[in-house]
Design a binder for this molecule. Structure first.
Ligand SMILES: Nc1ncnc2c1ncn2[C@@H]1O[C@H](COP(=O)(O)OP(=O)(O)O)[C@@H](O)[C@H]1O
Ligand SMILES: [Mg+2]
Length: 258
């Protein structure tokens, strides 16, 4: 580095500036997102929280590049993000390992390396040995682990998660929360995690961003300084969740219809 040079702040993992999105024909347009400003720093874990229908999935589709904003800018300096949904979207006729290998192939990983890399990723999600299992043989929690391994196979620096554990029972979800935080800490990934579950947001996030409804706007955000490992039933998680729930109720009351 030359003398006198200054270090630029690191580029964010994602930056949304004044992002709006509406659907429908002229005259009957539905404004879903309005003037969203949001940044996720490298290595940060941000939870995006809001009532159902407020536009969370729409926002993730915009960040993933699956939809285009009506106005505003979205920057993802690290390239295409990885995505994980509530439905595992695995190919049922393939084994767990082949599902992960398919993502590696799409990324351009050489055939000779795919098997060992898929095994490494399955070990990371604690499914070592499940390479040959067919998807239909796996439990819901195991399928979501495979889906996570497949998302990690994309080797993105940003992971977008859309209510990935919403369909799981509470005990399985609790275990997967722990695994996700361990993997996040190990990989230093940036995560944008969508949920309508306040406790889940506080259990996981370093920051919780609350979206309002109709249109979705950033209503408020909270920094969550509770150190990991956190427990979803801990007094600290309960205290922050209560504060956020009060605000969320206010949002829902204001917009009725829920
Ligand atoms: N492709 C689309 N065309 C028309 N309306 C859509 C489309 N995608 C989402 N919407 C509408 O946008 C609103 C927000 O949806 P969504 O982002 O799925 O909410 P959330 O994920 O918070 O539950 C809903 O009213 C939905 O009907
Ligand atoms: Mg959704």
């Amino acid at each position: 580095m030359t003398a006198g040079s200054t270090t630029a702040p690191p580029a964010p993992a994602v930056r949304l500036s004044h992002v709006s999105k509406s659907f429908g024909p002229d005259g009957d347009r539905q404004q879903v997102l309005e003037d969203i400003g949001l940044e996720v720093a490298p290595g940060e874990f941000v939870c995006l929280l809001g009532a159902s229908g407020c536009g969370k999935s729409t926002l993730l589709s915009l960040v993933a590049g699956l939809e285009r904003p009506t106005s505003g800018d979205i920057e993802v300096p690290g390239g295409r993000p990885a995505l994980m949904f509530q439905e595992h979207a695995l190919f049922p006729w393939l084994t767990a390992g082949k599902n992960v290998e398919l993502a590696l192939r799409l990324r351009g990983v050489a055939g000779s390396e795919r098997r060992s890399e898929a095994e490494r990723l399955l070990e990371l999600v604690r499914l070592g040995g499940a390479h040959g299992s067919r998807v239909h043989e796996l439990s819901g929690g195991m399928r979501q682990r495979v889906a996570l391994a497949r998302a990690l196979a994309q080797d993105s620096r940003l992971l977008l998660m859309d209510e990935p554990f919403a369909a799981l029972d509470a005990i399985t979800r609790d275990v997967l929360h722990e695994e996700l935080i361990r993997i996040w800490a190990e990989t230093r990934l940036s995560v944008l995690f969508v949920t309508h579950n306040v406790r889940e947001a506080v259990r996981l996030g370093g920051r919780v961003v609350l979206l309002s409804s109709r249109p979705g706007r950033v209503a408020r955000e909270w920094r969550v300084d509770i150190p990991h490992p956190r427990r979803i039933e801990s007094a600290e998680v309960a205290r922050v969740s209560l504060e956020i729930t009060e605000q969320l109720r206010g949002e829902i009351r204001r917009h009725g219809r829920h």
